[in-house]
Design a protein around this ligand. Structure first.
Ligand code: GLU
Length: 517
């Protein structure tokens, strides 16, 4: 097999879309699995859809996901880490086949357009917008597929407006054959065969001198020696035009693999209206990049095992285009939550806490005082990183995304809990019984030295108490847990007790007792 080389070729029209991330991931995995190269090219030939700053944001987000590429467009800082003068959004290029930004390759496309015209595979078209518009309307009325009618196909190519230095007023179109078929084998969809007469005379170069996607894409994939083109299904209908171009140039045709659509849960095409589609939004919400990739891997690829959690290395080992489905894949955020929760549970606590700190700050629970010191906003007390680690540990099991952490651990930081006293009651107990049990607990806990206020110690002392007094577990631990957390669901009272410390624990029990009076 020829050396495998794949590319991710986003257009800078906004933030990185989750569907594009899947395209990038599959290209990356396919290349790595086959010991090949993966590169990044920017396809910015559609000036009308260009969004300022989006090249920088695409690269930044792609870098956060950890999908590394060997050629293309990079953050300048990443290529020259010692150069302190570089601003974070400065970009630079690396590789032997550049430039990798299409708007910097206009001369190259011009040369190839000339070649096509010379060999009669393309022609100048001078039809006005009005004429094209009328033609389209007419075709619509007759229920015909919209297509250029070929008016300029027969014009002499001798008087090239290029040579006259002409700009504007004309485009260059592909001269598609009127007979025969174009066929190719898609690695996912199988054999595709199209009658040439239904292939439109695609515009290859626009009146502004820019190539269209079709021309630039084919020229670049060839010059950059791309072996496999893996991209979204929306490009499948364009592929016959691309094949015609490869043939016109006399170039080898690369392999094609088109990926099924991503769908909303109601099976419509994944759209902003039904939820976030930008990778950046998911990262902001506290989905870990590894978890997001793992989730995206399974959107359209069948691992053929029950396993669902894969590290990037495992993905590389297993990935194969034969596992890609033909049918659309539903973007199910519950599954994403589940996968992310798995990754959070497996994470090193220190790492996790580092990632949680900004969310705790944002939730207004703590303030950063120095790189290791924080201040609890409700009490003005200091909290160091080790303390925050203990707080995060309480909810590591339950956290599905980092943005939830503030809400989950708020009860630790607040000065005063708010809850209905009914919540303190376990099953059919009376307020009096609840109060009595809390008093017993208070008296025992008061005796413990502040330095021994550990989870294990609390557990031992309270279990002894229950045994001695013949109290059932729920009768003591439920009211105690609610007194300490004010919540219907929370971690258990022993671990919460250790994190709160003796002073806060006694204060909260006392508050509960008073509320029952
Ligand atoms: N620039 C195209 C896009 O953003 C890439 C299509 C392709 O991979 O050929 O969808």
């Amino acid at each position: 097999m020829k050396k495998v080389k794949t590319r991710f070729a986003p257009s800078p029209t906004g933030m990185l879309h989750v569907g594009s991330l899947r395209t990038a991931l599959y290209n990356y995995l396919f290349a790595k699995h086959n010991k090949g190269d993966f590169i990044l090219r920017i396809e910015d030939t559609d000036k009308a859809r260009f969004v300022e700053g989006s090249i920088e944001s695409l690269i930044k987000t792609l870098n956060l996901t950890g999908l590394e590429y060997s050629e293309g467009v990079f953050r300048a800082e990443a290529l020259a880490p010692s150069n302190k003068a570089l601003t974070p959004d400065k970009i630079a290029q690396k590789g032997d086949f550049g430039p990798y930004v299409q708007s910097e390759r206009l001369d190259i496309y011009r040369k190839y357009v000339d070649e096509l015209i010379k060999n009669d595979y393309a022609y100048f078209c001078f039809c006005s917008q009005e004429r094209l518009e009328e033609m389209r309307k007419d075709q619509q009325a007759k229920k015909m597929a919209p297509m250029y009618d070929g008016k300029c196909r027969g014009l002499s190519k001798k008087n090239s407006p290029f040579q006259k230095g002409g700009k504007g007023g004309f485009v260059v179109r592909l001269k598609t054959p009127k007979e025969g078929f174009t066929e190719f084998k898609d690695l996912i969809y199988g054999k595709i065969k199209i009658e040439n007469k239904i292939i439109d005379d695609q515009v290859l170069m626009k009146s502004d001198g820019y190539p269209t996607y079709h021309l630039a894409n084919v020229v670049d994939d060839h010059l950059m020696e791309i072996s496999h083109i893996i991209r979204g299904e929306e490009w499948l209908p364009s592929t016959p035009k691309h094949i015609l171009l490869y043939k016109a140039f006399g170039w080898d045709i690369p392999e094609f693999a088109h990926l099924p659509l991503l769908l909303n849960p109601d099976k419509s095409k994944l759209s902003k209206r039904q939820g976030d589609v930008a990778v950046e939004d998911y990262l902001k919400k506290g989905y870990l990049p590894e978890a997001l990739l793992n989730f995206i891997l399974l959107l359209g690829w069948n691992p053929k095992t029950e396993e669902e959690i894969f590290s990037l290395d495992e993905m590389i080992k297993r990935f194969d285009l034969s596992g890609v489905n033909k049918t659309g894949a539903i973007f199910n955020t519950e599954k994403l939550d589940w996968i992310n929760g798995n990754y959070i549970r497996e994470m090193d606590l220190g790492e996790l806490t580092k990632l949680c700190v900004p969310y705790l700050v944002e939730a207004g629970l703590i303030k950063k005082v120095s790189s290791i010191k924080y201040q609890v906003l409700s009490t003005d007390k200091e909290a160091d990183f080790d303390y925050l680690k203990k707080v995060v540990a309480l909810e590591q099991e339950r956290t599905k995304k980092l943005s939830e952490i503030g809400e989950l651990v708020k009860f630790i930081f607040v000065d005063r809990l708010e809850y209905e006293k009914d919540l303190l009651v376990w099953k059919r107990m009376s307020f009096k019984e609840v109060k009595n049990n809390l008093e017993l607990a208070y008296n025992e806990l008061e005796k413990i030295d502040e330095n021994n206020f550990t989870k294990n110690n609390l557990e031992k002392i309270l279990r002894d108490l229950m045994e001695r007094e013949g109290i059932k577990t729920g009768e003591l631990l439920w009211p105690l847990r609610v007194a300490l957390t004010g919540l219907k669901g929370s971690p258990g009272p022993f671990e919460v007790g250790e994190v709160l410390g003796k002073g806060k624990v006694l204060g909260r029990i006392d508050f509960a007792i008073k509320s029952l009076e």
